[in-house]
Design a protein around this ligand. Structure first.
Ligand SMILES: NC(=O)c1ccc[n+]([C@@H]2O[C@H](COP(=O)([O-])OP(=O)(O)OC[C@H]3O[C@@H](n4cnc5c(N)ncnc54)[C@H](O)[C@@H]3O)[C@@H](O)[C@H]2O)c1
Length: 372
């Protein structure tokens, strides 16, 4: 077993294949040392706003050299300018992440921009909401007998999965190509999946497939600290899995979710998780759940234990659904027609029905062009 993959804390799995090994659980009581990012070169896809934008700001304030890759030119330029005006090192590269060439040219620009002509951290945050399967299927009737179906839109899969695969490919390529032998700074690839990569949002097929897919991609890379080669910097990768977060992606469902008492997180809760994973190089191959805070940003975030010991995250996620820390994902677009909240906490007997008056159906409808 590689020394950078720690021994299991219980039971012995060291004689089993990689799949059954795991790394140390995250210690959330450790202070986050933002100064560890000083002069690091960081690429953020989807960095013009939302979770990516919040991360760009935190990275820049920590002294990193940040390149924003985003299709939104107006927001990207405005964020880069406001941070540069404050003396930080930020540039914007207009990028469509679904184009490999577009991403490649932005990665090259990030290398050129950075003081050590390299890239140290890549955060893949660009993403879109999902499409509700039920909404289009409801429109199919016998009248359509003579009409062939249109192909479904794959835009969400293109941006949330294929483009993230391009990002991972380019990150590994440029980590390796620009690294120097015996360099001690490790290279970090940070994916944003979602708790929808653990708890399915009913009928949001493209969104959930993409988020489970990103999780799968992360799992294939996470125990490969020496993937960049002998004597080259160590590689690590982590997964960020937010609950519902207040950003432009979720503005249309804020009210409906609030109606159920579902707590939404803030960008700062996600940034807290991203900064912890980015600044602490003992965090290797871990998945961090982002929950709505109690008092300070990130204070309810937790290690999903997406490993053999944690039953692939099932134990932690179900526990936090039951104690309401991340309650709510399982009702969005629910096919069953009704969900009892008291199923989980035993106290609230409110019955959530699909009544079209702010009930599950409304969340489902609003989810048709959004998601988490
Ligand atoms: N907001 C939530 O509730 C939530 C929860 C879980 C996971 N996530 C995930 O977090 C990530 C960020 O979401 P957000 O809430 O910040 O959304 P957002 O809409 O605020 O930001 C997404 C950014 O991605 C950019 N983008 C979209 N398509 C692109 C493309 N083809 N090329 C380049 N840039 C592109 C947008 O321009 C935008 O700046 C997404 O992957 C999302 O799925 C969000």
């Amino acid at each position: 077993m590689d020394p950078h993959i720690d021994s299991p804390t219980t039971g012995s799995t060291s004689d089993l294949p990689e799949t059954f090994q795991h790394t140390q659980k995250i210690d959330f009581s450790k202070p986050v040392q933002a100064s560890n990012l000083k002069d690091k070169s960081i690429v953020v896809t989807g960095g013009a706003r939302g979770l990516g934008g919040g991360s760009v700001t935190a990275f820049a304030e920590a002294g990193a050299w940040v390149t924003i890759l985003d299709i939104n030119e107006e927001n990207g330029n405005a964020l880069a300018k406001s941070l540069t005006d404050k003396g930080h090192h930020v540039q914007f590269c207009k990028t469509d992440t679904t184009s490999f060439e577009s991403q490649m040219s932005a990665f090259k620009s990030a290398i050129h921009f950075s003081p050590r002509k390299t890239i140290d951290v890549v955060l893949a945050s660009a993403g879109l909401g999902g499409t509700n399967i039920g909404n289009w299927l409801d429109k199919v009737t016998a009248l359509h007998a003579s009409v062939d179906p249109e192909p479904p839109t794959t835009t969400t899969l293109d941006v949330n999965l294929t483009a993230v695969y391009y990002t991972a490919h380019l990150a590994l390529y440029y980590f390796k190509q620009t690294a120097k032998p015996y360099e001690t700074v490790d290279k970090h690839l940070l994916f944003i999946s979602s708790l929808a990569g653990y708890v399915a949002l009913h009928q949001l097929g493209d969104y959930c497939a993409s988020k489970y897919g990103v999780r799968g991609l992360w799992r294939t890379l996470r125990y490969s600290p020496r993937i960049l080669g002998e004597n080259m910097p160590l590689f690590r990768t982590n997964l960020i899995c937010p609950t519902f977060i207040k950003t432009d992606m979720t503005t249309t469902i804020v009210e409906a979710l609030g109606g159920y008492g579902i707590a939404m997180g803030e960008v700062e809760d996600v940034v807290a998780g991203i900064m912890r994973a980015s600044c602490d190089d003992s965090i290797r191959g871990r998945a961090i759940a982002i929950a709505a805070r109690d008092k300070v940003p990130g204070d309810k975030n937790f290690d999903i234990c997406d490993d053999w010991e944690g039953l692939d995250g099932g134990r932690e996620v179900l526990g936090k659904v039951r104690d309401s820390t991340i309650w709510g994902l399982e009702i969005v677009g629910n096919e069953a027609g009704q969900v009892r909240k008291d199923k989980y906490d035993g106290h609230v007997s409110e019955l959530l029905t699909r009544d079209g008056k702010g009930g599950v159906a409304e969340v489902e409808q609003q989810e048709s062009d959004t998601g988490v």
